[in-house]
Design a protein around this ligand. Structure first.
Ligand code: RI2
Length: 327
């Protein structure tokens, strides 16, 4: 038993789990902020206890949703140095370390989004119709920036069943003065001839350049390929997964059946099985380019990006968040 996790942090974890906070980038920033709050709220003076307390907060956050690698990457960045340190030092030093790492992660995330908006907007031509799926802040930022630069751009936004995140995308873009057409997910093949390029976000990018994103993304990629339409992914490099280097697959989250059909329907048909996978994998061969804060890269360069971030040796080290190991 140690100190209780502050209520505010428990709330952030439940907001992520229940998808009141959603989108891989927003989840990562919420987790970093929660760790900072937890560090600031620690009332004691025992440095070892502080470390165990932070470890528990990290575990709580990591357990919320399994797919977006931005979450373990952010948590690892913020608490990894503390959890791996051979000596803890004072509570003040340990607290400062966590707070500084959290602030620097958040600063990096904001700057990365800004760079992606700038770089990605150059790919959008005047008059383009861009199709997007789900709700990605990276994609919305690109389109808003292109519009701000005076390009006439209009967007086809898929509804994104079952949770309709396409409505969020539509609202964000309409508020920025961008023309939006909302389309059913199943209409993409019928409408693809009207589309100049597809840009989607990412929850994880594997070392081989495959992209994990909202369920339905890989079908859109397939249709884009069939019609020769460019298919781009917009993502910060902290969504690249060091775990996949050792062959670990990205876990695809299964969401509750009640997101697909109401409970009454399930009660009426007890033999009905419902599958509700939240993400799918788009193979690298279907991806024209990945728009990141370090430039537009081919999917085959994902491994280089991982090595650049973590160093050849560091990749493996970074991959072990170490929250469940005695540091
Ligand atoms: P940004 C979302 O996952 C969507 O799959 C979206 O494409 C991706 O995160 C990236 O979003 P969910 O949390 O980080 O809605 O670009 O399941 O905002």
């Amino acid at each position: 038993m140690g100190l209780a996790v502050p209520e505010e942090v428990v709330r952030v974890a439940s907001d992520i789990r229940e998808m009141r906070v959603r989108g891989a980038g927003r989840i990562a920033k919420a987790a970093a902020t929660a760790l900072m709050v937890a560090a600031e709220r620690y009332p004691g003076s025992d440095a070892r206890e502080f470390r165990e307390y932070i470890r528990r907060v990290a575990e709580l956050l990591l357990k919320t949703r399994p797919t977006a690698v931005s979450l373990p990457n952010a948590v690892s960045y913020v608490v990894g140095p503390l959890l791996r340190a051979p000596h803890v030092g004072s509570v003040e030093e340990a607290r400062r370390l966590v707070v500084e790492r959290a602030s620097s992660f958040i600063r990096y995330a904001d700057e990365a989004l800004e760079r992606i908006a700038e770089i990605g907007s150059r790919l959008v031509r005047d008059g383009d119709v861009v199709l997007t799926h789900c709700n990605s802040l990276a994609v919305v930022s690109i389109i808003k920036r292109a519009a701000q630069r005076g390009k006439r751009v209009s967007v086809y936004a898929t509804e994104t069943r079952p949770l309709f995140q396409g409505h969020v995308t539509a609202r964000m873009l309409l508020e920025a003065g961008v023309d939006v057409t909302l389309i059913p997910d199943s209409s993409v093949r019928s409408l693809i001839r009207r589309v100049d390029k597809v840009i989607v976000g990412a929850d994880a990018v594997a070392a081989n350049g495959a992209v994990v994103n909202k369920i339905g993304t890989s079908l859109i990629a397939l249709i884009a390929r069939e019609h020769g339409v460019d298919f781009y992914v917009a993502t910060e490099t902290y969504k690249f997964s060091p775990f996949t280097l050792s062959g670990e697959p990205v876990v695809i989250e299964e969401r509750p059946p009640t997101e697909v059909v109401p409970q009454e329907f399930l009660d009426k048909h007890p033999r009905l099985r419902v599958l509700n996978p939240s993400f799918d994998v788009t193979p690298p061969g279907y991806i024209t380019g990945i728009i990141t804060e370090v430039g537009v890269i081919p999917p085959s360069a994902a491994l280089l990006v991982l090595e650049e971030i973590y160093g050849r040796e560091g990749v493996r080290e970074q991959a072990s968040v170490a929250v469940d190991e005695e540091a």
